[in-house]
Design a protein around this ligand. Structure first.
Ligand code: GDP
Ligand code: IMO
Ligand code: MG
Length: 422
C-alpha cells in the first residue's frame, strides 16, 4: 500500500492535526517527518480539546502506530511531558516510536534561540523559542545528539556535558545566565530513562510497514511558506516542511508516495514576523481572528489574519504536488458580505502571479484582490457538498482553480464530524 502525505500549504495552523485525526480512521501508521515542538496540532474529540506538539495526531486512535521520524528535532523533556499528559488523559502511548536518528533538543538550544531573537533587531524571526533553529544548526554542524544516544546513558552524559559547556561559553560571552549543567543533566537522565523503550530504527519500521501493505500517513508540521528553501526566508522555520521532506525525514523512497493532501485555510494566517501581503489591519482582520479563534496553539500569540492568497497557495501546491486539497475553516467566513481573494501581486508597478524569492519584493507586494459575494448562512452543520450555499461552493471552486488543485475535503468546524469528503 502506498504512502500519503499531508502538509500545510500556508504559514501553518491550517488544521493539519484535525485532518490527520479524521483521516486516521483507516490508517495504520502516522509519521511526523520534520520540525519539533514548535508545532501545535489541535484535535477536538467530543467536548475535549488536545494540542499535540511532537506526538503524531494518530495517537487518539487505538491500533495506530505513531512515529517520530528521523527528520525531527525532539525536545527530550518536552516529549516526556507530552507523553505523560496524553497517558493521563487516558490514551495509550505504547504505540509511540522515536527514531534513533532524530536529533535532540536540550535546554541550551532554547536559550540560544531566545538569545538570537533578542539580539537580532529587525531580523528577529518571532520564533516559538523552542530551540528549533539551534538544534538543526547542530545537526548540520554534525555536533548534534541523537535518539540513539538516549539508549546509552554514559555516552549521552558525555555528549550532553560537552555540548552544554560549549553553549555556556557562548552564554557567558553574551552575559546571560549559564546552564546549571549538573541539575539539567539529572532532568535529562530521567527523561532518557522514560524514553529509552520507545527509541528504535523507525526507518526499518516504516519500510517494513510499507512492505506489509499497511496504510501510512505522513504528518507535516508548519507549512510550505515556512519551508527553509521555499518559504519567506529568513522568516521561516529550519526544516523542509514541503511534501518532499517526508522522503528524507521518514526514510521513504519517492516512488512509494501516492497522494499529497494539502491543507489550506479558507483565508490566511501567520504567527511571527515576516511579510504577509494579504494581511488585514482593519476590523475585518479582527473579526477573522475572533471568529476563527486565531491564537497560537503553542505560544498563545494572536495570529495575523488576512484574505486568501492564491499566489502563495499556487506556489505551495506546485512545490508540494498537492493532488487533494483539504479546505478548512470555511465556517469562519459565514458572516461576511464579501470575501477577497488575492489573485496577483503588484510589486513596484509590475503585476505578477509568481511568488517572489526576494523578501524585499514580497514586503512591497500589494495584493490584487478579486471580490466574491459572501453567503451569510451557517455552514457549520453541512455534511456534504450539496449542503453548502451556492456562493460558498463558488468560493471553494475559485480557490481550487486558482491553486490548480482539486478539493477532496471541506472542514466546517473543529470537530471530527464537521468534515466531509467531496
Ligand atoms: P495545525 O497546526 O495545522 O494542526 O492547526 P492548529 O491546531 O494550530 O490550528 C487550527 C485551529 O482551527 C484549531 O483550533 C482547530 O481546532 C481549529 N479548526 C480546524 N478546522 C476547523 C474548521 O474547519 N473550522 C473551525 N472553526 N475551526 C477549525
Ligand atoms: P504548526 O505545525 C505556525 C513559525 C514561528 C516563526 C517561524 C520560526 O502548528 O502549523 P521556529 O520556532 O520554528 O524557529 O519559528 O515559524 N512557526 C509556526 N507558525 N504554525 C506552526 O506550526 C509553526 N511553527 C513555527 O511563529 O514565525
Ligand atoms: Mg498549529
Amino acid at each position: 500500500m502506498p504512502v500519503d502525505i499531508l502538509v500545510g500549504t500556508q504559514w501553518g495552523d491550517e488544521g493539519k492535526g484535525k485532518l490527520i485525526d479524521v483521516l486516521t480512521r483507516d490508517v495504520d501508521m502516522v509519521v511526523r517527518f520534520q520540525g519539533g515542538n514548535n508545532a501545535g496540532h489541535t484535535v477536538e474529540i467530543g467536548d475535549k480539546h488536545y494540542v499535540l506538539h511532537l506526538v503524531p495526531s494518530g495517537i487518539f486512535r487505538e491500533n495506530v502506530v505513531n512515529v517520530i521520524g528521523n527528520g525531527l528535532v525532539v525536545d527530550v523533556l518536552g516529549l516526556v511531558e507530552e507523553m505523560k499528559g496524553i497517558a493521563a488523559a487516558g490514551f495509550s502511548v505504547d504505540n509511540v516510536m522515536l527514531s534513533s536518528r532524530a536529533q535532540l533538543i536540550f535546554e541550551y538550544h532554547k536559550r540560544a534561540d531566545a538569545l538570537r531573537e533578542a539580539s537580532a533587531g529587525s531580523r528577529k524571526i518571532g520564533t516559538t523559542r523552542r530551540g528549533i533553529g539551534p538544534a538543526y544548526a547542530d545537526k548540520m554542524n554534525r555536533t548534534g545528539i541523537r535518539g540513539i544516544d538516549l539508549t546509552c546513558p554514559e555516552r549521552l552524559e558525555e555528549q550532553f556535558r560537552r555540548e552544554a559547556e560549549k553553549y555556556n561559553k557562548l552564554f557567558s560571552e553574551y552575559g546571560i545566565a549559564q546552564l546549571d549543567i549538573d541539575a539539567e543533566w539529572e532532568r535529562v537522565r530521567e527523561a532518557a530513562e522514560y524514553l529509552r523503550g520507545h527509541v528504535c530504527d523507525t526507518v526499518y519500521a516504516v519500510n517494513a510497514a510499507i512492505k506489509a501493505g499497511k496504510k501510512i500517513l505522513c504528518e507535516g508540521a508548519q507549512a510550505a511558506l515556512l519551508d527553509i528553501d521555499h518559504g519567506t526566508y529568513p522568516f521561516v522555520t529550519s526544516s523542509n516542511t514541503v511534501s518532499g521532506g517526508a522522503c528524507t525525514g521518514a526514510g521513504i523512497a519517492p516512488q512509494k508516495i501516492r497522494d499529497v493532501w494539502g491543507v489550506i485555510k479558507a483565508y490566511t494566517t501567520r504567527v511571527g514576523e515576516g511579510p504577509f501581503p494579504t494581511e488585514l489591519f482593519d476590523e475585518c482582520g479582527e473579526k477573522l481572528r475572533q471568529i476563527g479563534h486565531e491564537f497560537g496553539a503553542t505560544t498563545g500569540r494572536p495570529r495575523r489574519c488576512g484574505w486568501f492568497d492564491a499566489v502563495a497557495g499556487r506556489y505551495a501546491c506546485m512545490v508540494d504536488g498537492v493532488n487533494k486539497l483539504a479546505v478548512t475553516k470555511l465556517d469562519v467566513l459565514d458572516d461576511l458580505d464579501r470575501i477577497g481573494i488575492c489573485v496577483a501581486y503588484e510589486i513596484n508597478g509590475r503585476t505578477t502571479s509568481e511568488f517572489p524569492a526576494s523578501i524585499e519584493e514580497l514586503a512591497a507586494a500589494k495584493p490584487v484582490l478579486e471580490w466574491l459575494p459572501g453567503w451569510k448562512q451557517d455552514t457549520s452543520r453541512a455534511t456534504r457538498w450539496e449542503d453548502l450555499p451556492e456562493n460558498a461552493q463558488n468560493y471553494l471552486k475559485r480557490i481550487a482553480g486558482l491553486v490548480d488543485s482539486t478539493i477532496a475535503i471541506v472542514s466546517v468546524g473543529p470537530r471530527r464530524d464537521q468534515t466531509f469528503l467531496v
